[in-house]
Design a binder for this molecule. Structure first.
Ligand code: PLP
Length: 359
């Protein structure tokens, strides 16, 4: 079987063991004579899948008992609205604007109430997280929202922000790839298609203290309190994606958990940044070193024609998904949990060769 090296920002590579298990169980799940896609979400068999996924996630992230874990639909983008709908409650919210995705979260939240941008990296072209000493935080805010890893700009928080109000984290592209102290947060969300599994399911980890009734016009399926009460099953959940997330979570536990994956992810990112920095300016990453993302490594090659050739030749050589985010341009290598070190070595070898031929 020829597998490509997959550097896509998401959906992206899944662990081969997960794909193999899903393949083996595809037609007959747990002796039921049916695919997991064909059984009721209310069946004992599926309820076991759902509950094991939650227990595995709780164990991996050491989630305190006071948090509820939800498996929702609508992607991380839906959380951009669901968070303010449930948590604003007539107050204002503080947002840290650190790149494309936090910009999207701010835009969506503004439709639901007053939003303050407590700090923005826009003036620096998002090459860093603004220093905490410059943040203008409102001690009466309903919450402080930050995007732990900016998938498009490749900027990451070196540490979670300090906040006197509930901290809300978009951890879409970094959850389970590095340690995260759940107890410091009010709410964490992440869509599955980067480090957790396949697209279709979004994990929300929320402190029970925040589960109060939102305004009456809020639809039940966007109401965290009701969703938590119903075990994320107010309506039919994305059963297959939930199942795949469950398999991936078991793989994470077998792989030594987040601490081991973090070490491997750091090593992969270090190798690639080093290769970029050692290229004499042929490849460039403009993010300041302390804020460079271990998940997404954007880089440019100086001119658009060279970039086009680079991406075309890389794709032909089996290095897939290296196109940068549409609004940012350039190239980008995403190095999520299931991307093996060998893929990074293959990319670096290709980059060296391309520079020798075209530099
Ligand atoms: C940091 C971040 N937040 C939110 C999203 C939106 O996720 P979704 O496409 O699941 O709505 C993405 C998608 O790449 C992302 O990287």
């Amino acid at each position: 079987m020829a597998r490509s090296h997959n550097f896509s920002a998401g959906p992206t590579a899944l662990p081969i063991e997960v794909l193999q298990q899903a393949h083996e169980e595809f037609f007959d799940f747990a002796g039921s004579g049916m695919s997991v896609m064909e059984i009721s979400h209310r069946s004992e068999l599926f309820l076991r899948v759902a509950s094991e996924a939650e227990q595995d996630l709780r164990a991996i992230l050491d989630i305190p008992a006071r948090y509820r874990v939800l498996f929702l639909q609508g992607g991380a983008a839906m959380q951009f609205s669901q968070v303010p709908m449930n948590l604003l409650r007539g107050k204002t919210a503080d947002y840290l604007h650190t790149g494309h995705w936090s910009g999207k979260a701010i835009e969506a939240a503004r439709r639901h109430g007053a939003v303050r941008v407590a700090a923005s990296g826009q003036a620096f072209g998002f090459d860093r997280i603004p220093d905490a000493s410059e943040w203008r935080l409102d001690p009466a805010a309903a919450y402080l929202h930050y995007t732990e890893n900016e998938t498009a700009h490749g900027v990451q928080f070196p540490a979670a922000p300090q906040a006197a109000v509930p901290l809300v984290c978009d951890a879409c592209s970094s959850l389970l790839s590095k340690p995260l102290d759940v107890a410091r947060h009010g709410l964490i969300y992440a869509a599955a298609q980067k480090n957790i599994g396949a697209a279709g399911v979004t994990v929300v980890i929320v402190d029970e203290a925040l589960l109060v009734e939102p305004p009456p016009a809020t639809p039940d399926i966007l109401n965290y309190a009701r969703l938590a009460q119903a075990g994320s099953m107010l309506n039919t959940p994305a059963t297959f994606s939930w199942y795949l997330a469950g398999l991936t979570l078991k793989w994470i536990r077998r792989s030594g958990g987040v601490a081991a994956l973090y070490r491997a992810n750091q090593a992969k990112a270090d190798r690639l940044y080093q290769a970029i920095d050692d290229s004499g300016g042929f490849y460039r990453n403009r993010v300041r070193k302390p804020y460079r993302s271990i998940n997404n490594v954007p880089f440019t090659l100086g001119d658009a024609e060279l970039e086009r050739r680079f991406l075309g030749e890389a794709d032909a050589a089996g290095l897939k998904g290296l196109q940068g985010y549409s609004a940012v341009g350039g190239a980008r290598a995403s190095l999520y949990n299931a991307v093996p070190p060998a893929a990074v070595e293959a990319l670096i070898a290709f980059m060296d060769d391309f520079q020798r031929r075209r530099g």
